[in-house]
Ligand binder design. Structure first.
Ligand code: F6R
Length: 241
């Protein structure tokens, strides 16, 4: 695990974008795993800037997102589909047919999960981007999730609902209570993993990742079993190391 400690969020975003860009520039049809949340927004801005200034191309790049809420229409501004289009996909030359975001809509959500996992398995993921929850969740794999899990439906943890209420008028009642997420085993198949975090509210999760026991009670600790992980964090997130 390579831990890169940065001065601030801007530096986290630049360094992490550089790691991502190296993969994209190395391989025309790179397969990249994407995340939502506030942390990767700066990284995505750097990718967009590089695309505009240096013509980095996404023409053959294939993307898979980690997760999506269940029963939130795609057009809803807080759906992860909308998030990805607003913050990255609308600003780069990606082919929409190469974009994969789980669907939390329809009668049979389990069938959506199975189809997503099959599609994911048919590619070799070059790099998976991750944020981390205060409770150590990755994707929406909350504490207690099996390390063998694949794409599945989850009931969101109370802490996660509280944290995400900021995107839903500060109202926990408006936050969807279920989501689809890649499982921990799905994430661990990626050749490289890039985890970004900033702020003191992530310091406990980062401490567990680096120094805690590898345990399903803190899902991010599973990354210590992966051969190639970059952890790009600011001084605040690193404050307990
Ligand atoms: C998002 C995701 C989540 C977030 C995590 C941190 O696709 O899977 O695990 O990465 O909740 O979110 P932020 O970056 O908003 O602190």
């Amino acid at each position: 695990m390579e831990i890169i400690i940065c001065e601030n969020y801007e530096e986290v975003s630049q360094k992490a974008a550089q790691i991502m860009l190296n993969v994209i520039k190395d391989k025309e049809n790179a397969v990249i795993g994407l995340a939502t949340g506030s942390t990767p927004i700066g990284l995505y801005q750097n990718l967009i800037k590089d695309h505009q200034d240096h013509q980095s191309s996404y023409e053959s790049v294939i993307t898979f997102n980690l997760d999506e809420y269940v029963n939130l229409p795609k057009e809803h501004p807080e759906s992860y589909y909308s998030f990805m289009h607003t913050n990255l996909l609308n600003h780069i030359n990606i082919n929409e047919e190469n974009v994969h975001i789980p669907s939390g809509l329809g009668e049979d959500i389990q069938a959506n999960c199975n189809a997503y996992e099959e599609s994911l398995k048919s590619y070799e993921m070059d790099i998976q981007l991750l944020g981390v929850g205060r409770n150590g969740h990755i994707g929406f794999n909350e504490p207690g999730t099996s390390f063998d899990s694949v794409t599945h439906v989850v009931d969101l943890d109370e802490k996660t609902i509280q944290d995400n209420a900021r995107f839903f008028e500060g109202n926990m009642d408006l936050v969807p209570k279920k989501a689809i997420t890649m499982g921990i085993a799905s994430i661990m198949r990626a050749k490289k993993i890039l985890l970004v975090a900033n702020g003191t509210n992530k310091a406990d999760a980062i401490y567990e990742l680096v120094k805690g026991e590898i345990s399903t009670s803190c899902p991010v600790t599973v990354l210590r079993n992966h051969p190639c992980v970059y952890v790009v964090i600011d001084k605040d997130a690193a404050s307990r190391l």
